[in-house]
Design a protein around this ligand. Structure first.
Ligand code: 13P
Length: 248
């Protein structure tokens, strides 16, 4: 398996000044680490982050991409535009997009397709709500969400990254136990194996209240290939502790 992949999702946080100090603190100690790492920044800060990250081991990511190629889609950002800023990763189908912006499985699959066509690795988020978990639907929900992406992107599915983010664990301080995460990751791995001979190339990240205290135990699970980190990625020292845990 490749080195672990740790991705900070800044969500709608940051400012020119705050980004500059966060990135300079992280970059100052990135050198000795062996994990792969990226930050997904708000679109207006892509140019700033591109300049600050140039030549570093910290890759640039975006948080969303349009399902359309170009044209009359006010407010949207296309995959080609992201590529102009040397974006390497793009989150698609984050539960906050699915929940607050009505993104369907089909839309998410199209977004992954646009990213792949532009040479950007989509980080495809899947995850169940608390009600779905309580109803015993966790596996069915994540499999349905991933199946749509596999269906649309069949032959290049080994080029994606998957993030398992249980909705009930995001921003709540409730983390899936390492065993709960491993169980779902194994389900997703098996689904990818059925779709491609190269499923071992797909990094499956865990996301949802991952922090400096719980990262090592989650990352020790055989199918947890990294993390997608929200709040804890906004603090340089905490993010760095997690990058170190992923570099062991
Ligand atoms: P938190 O780490 O803040 O729970 O957010 C997780 C997440 O949604 C990352 O995409």
């Amino acid at each position: 398996m490749a080195a672990k992949l740790m991705v900070g999702n800044w969500k709608m946080n940051g400012s020119l000044a705050a980004n500059a100090s966060l990135l300079s603190e992280v970059l100052a100690v990135m050198g000795g680490l062996t994990c792969r790492a990226a930050v997904c920044v708000p679109a207006p800060y892509l140019a700033q982050a591109q300049a600050l990250l140039a030549g570093s081991a910290l890759a640039l990511g975006a948080q969303d991409v349009s399902a359309h190629e170009a044209g009359a889609y006010t407010g949207e950002v296309s995959a080609d535009m992201l590529r102009d800023f040397a974006v390497r990763y793009c989150i698609v189908g984050h539960s906050e997009r699915r929940q607050y912006h009505g993104e369907s499985d089909v839309t998410v699959a199209s977004k992954a397709q646009r990213a792949l066509a532009a040479g950007i690795t989509p980080i495809v988020c899947v995850g169940e709500s608390l009600a779905e978990r309580d109803a015993g639907q966790t596996e069915a929900v994540v499999k349905r969400q991933l199946a749509a992406v596999i269906h649309t992107n069949g032959h290049c599915i080994s080029e994606i990254v998957v993030a398992y983010e249980p909705v009930w664990a995001i921003g709540t301080g409730l983390t899936a136990t390492p065993e709960q995460a491993q169980h779902v990751h194994a389900v997703l791995r098996a689904q990818l194996q059925a779709a491609t001979a190269h499923a071992d190339r797909v990094s499956i990240l865990y996301g949802g209240s991952m922090n400096a205290a719980n990262a090592a135990d989650l990352l020790a699970q055989p199918d947890v290939d990294g993390g997608l980190i929200g709040g804890a990625a906004l603090k340089a020292s905490e993010f760095l502790t997690m990058l170190k845990a992923a570099s062991r």
